[in-house]
Write a protein that binds this ligand. Structure first.
Ligand SMILES: Cc1cc2nc3c(=O)[nH]c(=O)nc-3n(C[C@H](O)[C@H](O)[C@H](O)COP(=O)(O)OP(=O)(O)OC[C@H]3O[C@@H](n4cnc5c(N)ncnc54)[C@H](O)[C@@H]3O)c2cc1C
Length: 417
């Protein structure tokens, strides 16, 4: 079924009885050309582009829980292309272009809203760094504008500009940055992949990876063994555990990142605001809740929930930046498991095992990467060659030390990226 305004109108007038399920609930077959482990944003997008771009439809996505129950449905929804280093910048630029056509491509409203993103700076040194970043973004073909203090005040009059520790000097404005509705992205890719014949198998945990003669032959799951010519591990925070099933030790640490949402309010924040010095970022959802987050919980864990010290830290940063937030009530908080690499940049690569691919290391920035990651991993699986914009995301850079993409300049410290 194609969605359209006319369909909504006719369904509305006829009691909404004609809607069909967004995707099938198939039983797993015994054999596939490609198996994707993990039904998050990256796994679903990969399945979609395999079918759409390469005509590979004998494909299944194996998800241990329900589609969208992982980080893809837990993030703070920021979509941007404001990376600085070669390797990252062309990839995220490609991703943002895919976002811009995504709703038409998927025939699904993912509520992509290019409301503009402003990164604040609080010193002359930081201004220089953001000016360089803005120039790099413009050279990459993306948009950036350096705002002075008054320029920021025009957009964000509610901030505390004269805070004793963090007076606002200005901001880097990225007008094409914004947000998208996170779980709609999972649903949109799922529906579009299903329509092209991909099997989406929920409640199907992969418990083992079968390898014979250095070649992958299939997987063991809680719903039985499934054979496949190619298998991709796309399990975000669980990547280390799943890769271990194939005897691989990944350069990944899993850390928790929390997010928070307030009660619904009238429109107050029209942009995405990022306050790097205090580790805080915020936007307002279409339902009116202020959605915000901060730093990692800073210790390794698979708990999928956060702890109170970081909640307190995030609230302090919020009050420092915009004291008006003290009047709002926090409704909920939650956590997701982040797959942190030593240089803060991702991995999309083959492994040493023939037919086994890996897509992970998205740190806390993988939502915006969903379209490009799916596109690039599908390219790698279908052609066995890296996509032009993802050729820096090699697994062996952590072994050889060549090609490290340390965007934050923090060195080999997983939890600081
Ligand atoms: C609080 C928070 C805020 C964030 N904010 C942003 C943001 O604003 N912008 C941004 O770009 N990024 C953000 N991120 C990061 C982003 O959400 C992730 O990097 C990205 O979603 C990870 O990829 P994914 O969607 O494929 O992961 P997931 O949705 O976690 O998908 C992985 C899937 O693999 C499944 N799985 C695991 N093990 C197995 C197994 N053995 N068998 C079968 N299935 C398995 C899991 O159940 C899961 O569904 C944020 C993350 C969090 C938690």
């Amino acid at each position: 079924m194609r969605y359209s305004a006319l369909k909504i109108l006719t369904q509305g007038l006829t009691g909404n009885k004609g809607w069909t399920p967004a995707w099938r609930q198939p039983e797993p077959k015994s054999d596939y050309d490609v198996l994707i482990i993990g039904g998050g944003g990256h796994g679903l997008a990969t399945a979609y582009y395999l079918a759409r771009t390469y005509g590979l439809t004998n494909v299944a996505v194996l998800e241990k829980g329900y589609l969208g129950g992982g980080n893809v449905g837990r993030n703070t929804t920021i979509v941007r292309a404001n990376y600085f280093l070669p390797g990252n910048s062309e990839f995220y630029s490609h991703s943002l272009k895919l976002w811009e056509g995504l709703e038409a491509d998927l025939n699904y409203n993912v509520m992509h809203s290019q409301r503009g993103l402003i990164n604040l700076f609080h010193s002359d040194g930081q201004r220089d760094a953001f000016a360089r970043r803005g120039n790099a973004m413009i050279n990459q073909g993306d948009d950036a504008e350096l705002l002075d203090r008054d320029g920021v005040r025009e957009y964000l009059p509610y901030l505390d500009f004269d805070n004793g520790r963090f007076p606002i000097y200005g901001g880097l404005y990225h007008p094409r940055g914004g947000t998208a509705r996170h779980d709609a992205v999972a649903w949109g890719y799922a529906r579009a992949a299903d329509q092209r014949g991909v099997d989406l198998i929920q409640n199907c945990e992969v418990t083992g990876i079968d390898i014979s003669g250095g070649k992958v032959t299939g997987v063991q799951t809680t719903r039985g063994a499934i054979r496949a010519k190619k298998v991709a591990i796309v399990t975000a925070g669980r990547s280390g555990q799943v890769a271990a099933m194939a005897g691989l030790r990944l350069p990944i640490e899993s850390h928790i990142l929390q997010a928070f949402v307030t009660e619904g309010l009238k429109p107050v924040i029209n942009h995405v605001v990022s306050f790097g010095m205090g580790h805080f970022y915020i936007s307002q959802s279409d339902k009116g809740g202020l959605v915000f987050g901060g730093d990692l919980d800073l210790y390794a864990s698979y708990a999928q929930r956060g702890n109170l010290p970081m909640a307190e830290h995030v609230m302090e940063a919020a009050m420092t930046l915009m004291p008006i937030i003290g009047r709002a009530k926090v409704l909920r908080s939650w956590g997701g498991i982040m797959d942190m690499t030593p240089d803060g940049s991702p991995i999309i690569d083959k492994t040493g095992i023939e037919g086994l691919y890996i897509d992970c290391g998205w740190n806390y920035g993988g939502f915006k990467a969903v379209p490009a990651s799916g596109d690039c991993l599908a390219h790698l699986i279908a052609t066995d060659k890296p996509h032009e914009v993802a050729k820096g995301f090699r697994l062996d850079r952590f072994r050889t030390g060549r090609g490290i993409i340390d965007e934050e300049g923090t060195g080999a410290q997983h939890n600081l990226h």
